[in-house]
Design a protein around this ligand. Structure first.
Ligand SMILES: *Cc1c(COP(=O)(O)O)cnc(C)c1O
Length: 303
């Protein structure tokens, strides 16, 4: 069984590197960043962890094809397309919104990896995803973004990549569906706080909804900051781009404007607001997603 799914990514490339931002040393704070973005050029970051048990299930139950859901710039869509191909499964991507005249980079790549795309209106999107089993009989269904318990299970393994993982006081990650966040919350110790930065607007109810999925006793050890979404999902402005360019110049680390750029902006801001007490050791999860930057006008970013 351990042969499934085939080793598509290189987990040894997920190094934990020192991260030094201005203001940290003076406050007695140390930080490191887990480079999940380095495990694969396409199946970037957390998407591998969210997909692997789905792929294993699909293979175990002898499915030949997958169906999943996402938007036109979705990291999940392109990662699913690639891993399906590598696993020998065919796949269909249900894409939210009418077919555009010019396909996004993400969708062109997904098609090149063999994904069949079906565009559906926003209204039908929800209907179809709710009745997916009837609409796509014989297909293994992966929820949008790889969310759900199998995705979470894969994300339990993220912390295993971190040497000396017990030494960190705060673990910080970006939140879309919160699957990775829940995986981290449920796989860390009670001396560690997990901080999530939602990249969507209006996720204040999220913790309430997800409460049932948090292990008893871990609830007090997690926290969300809702002020770093820059207006909503994939919303952006010059302040964010300036920060991302600056961060790259300081550290040599590229970030994406949908998730990790907002996360690092938040980390930097929380440091400067003295959120972390002296002696804190932060671990920032770089969850990948750099392909999303291809949708930006040329020269927006200096990397
Ligand atoms: C999908 C994604 C996330 C969000 O993960 P969730 O488990 O949906 O919260 C964070 N960062 C990157 C780069 C992503 O592609």
């Amino acid at each position: 069984m351990h042969l499934f799914p085939p080793a598509i990514v290189d987990l040894a490339a997920a190094t934990t590197d020192r991260l030094l931002l201005p203001g940290m040393a003076a406050r007695g704070i140390e930080a490191a960043i887990l480079r999940l973005d380095q495990i694969h050029p396409v199946v970037s970051g957390n998407k591998w962890f969210k997909l692997k048990y789905h792929l294993q299930e699909a293979l175990k139950d002898h499915y030949r094809s997958l169906v999943t859901f996402g938007g036109a710039y979705s990291n999940h869509i392109v990662a699913t397309a690639y891993t399906a191909r590598e696993t020998g499964l065919s796949c269909t991507g249900i894409i939210r919104g009418e077919a555009p005249v010019v396909l996004s980079h993400t969708l062109r790549d997904a098609m090149a990896y063999g994904m069949q795309l079906q565009f559906v209106s926003r209204d039908n999107y929800t209907t179809i995803s709710n009745s997916c089993h009837e609409q796509f009989p014989g297909h293994y269904y992966i929820p949008e973004g790889g969310a759900g318990s199998l995705g979470e299970k894969g994300c339990y393994e993220i912390m295993e990549l971190v040497p000396d993982k017990e030494s960190y006081t705060h673990i910080l990650c970006a939140i879309g569906t919160a699957t990775m966040f829940l995986g981290l919350v449920n796989s860390t110790g009670s001396h560690q706080q997990v901080i999530g930065i939602p990249v969507l607007k209006g996720m204040e109810q999220l913790m309430e909804q997800r409460k049932v999925r948090i292990h008893p006793g871990r609830f007090a050890h997690c926290r969300l900051f809702h002020d770093y979404h820059f207006g909503g999902y994939a919303k952006k402005n010059n302040q964010l781009f300036t920060f991302m360019n600056h961060f790259y110049e300081q550290t040599g680390i590229p970030t994406d404007f949908v998730y990790t750029g907002k996360l690092l902006f938040a980390v930097n801001d929380l440091v400067n607001r003295d959120y972390f007490p002296p002696g804190s050791r932060l671990l920032v999860i770089h969850s990948g997603g750099l392909q999303g930057n291809l949708s930006l006008p040329l020269k927006t970013l200096r990397f």
